[in-house]
Design a protein around this ligand. Sequence first.
Ligand code: ASP
Ligand code: MG
Length: 412
Amino acid sequence: MSLIVQKYGGSSVADLDLIRGVARRSIAAKNEGHKVVVVLSAMKGETDRLIRLAKAASEDPDPRELDSLLSTGEQTSIALFALTCQSLGEKVKSFLGFQAGIATEGPHGKARIASIDPARIQTELAKGRMAVVAGFQGIGRGGDLTTLGRGGSDTTAVALAVALGADVCEIYTDVDGIYTTDPNVCSDARRMDRISYEEMLELASLGAKVMEIRSVELAMNYDLPIHVRHAHDPRDGTLICREDPSMEKTPVRGVTHSMNEARITLVRVRDEPGVAARILQVAAKAEIVVDVIVQNKSVGDGGLCTDLSFTVPAGEYSRTMALMSELTSELNAEAVVGDDQIAKVSIVGVGMRNHAGVAAKMFQALASEGINITMITTSEIKISCIIEKKYAELAVRALHDAFELARPPSGE
Ligand code: ASP
Ligand code: MG
């Protein structure tokens, strides 16, 4: 017998028929002899609807009241789920975040789970009953309701699973797992049976559509396997788990891309200590998150100058350009140039650590399509290239092909 936390997303509890379907699924797991705790999101669209209402009521909604309002979304879905289970003959109780012992810290709207005292949930399980818990919410130090940020029900589920010592956290959603790349971009993208926590975090842009990344970090820290599955499809899904040797057999396991990028270059700034620090301090002070950073010393002028380029989220492009332009004279830069028509394509795989020639193969695949690379960065298990935005999808398909990701690797 194992202890399973099952989390159903908003699309899986969007109406009473769907709720009945997933309730049956949870009851079936319990009847197989497992201890089952269910965590729910609000019904599909409900959180957005509540936000719109709040904005209609007040131009600048007070965060405390907004959290009170938003937590009703999950309150509704858990109560309806419990009622549905009861109508199917199952004794079930629903619990709001605070009733499930979920204490938070940090600001309204983006609180973090500080601790969980799952005593009431354990009592239910000890009586042989399922418990249904509202995702996305908790109670702050001052006793007010808080929410965890959009997509936060995944974090509730993983944190609860950790607190209860669960064997697995099952995330039920509207896709049947994690794919080698975005199936909308590449028709032969393949569902992976297993993926390591680290790979999942690096493939964030793929995963983010499926589950909240913060919850994967939490699961990795506690080595809690996450099983991503389709709510209304019995197929096997993808297990996000600790790395094992079979995963290293293939150098690359996934391809991802992001269109949300812009590049800024400070041309020919002085090559001396403190210049890069100054540039990035200005960005940091403005709370602009910098991603890829490349500095390249000019060789033509005796090495006195250097170009420094970095990327920021596309939405921060004009603000960053303005801030950097202000720095031009202070740093003696020749110019500040930028480009917001760029994309980042990345290949990810734990096997990269011990396979040679992965980068060469990646660059060749892009070159074969006539795609120019303007920036390159690597981490232990990822290589990213900045390219022209219009080639992003072509690049993804070329890389998926080059690394033969459509074919299941041995061991899967
Ligand atoms: N209902 C919240 C949202 O829409 C939390 C969640 O679904 O995980 O963001
Ligand atoms: Mg969600």
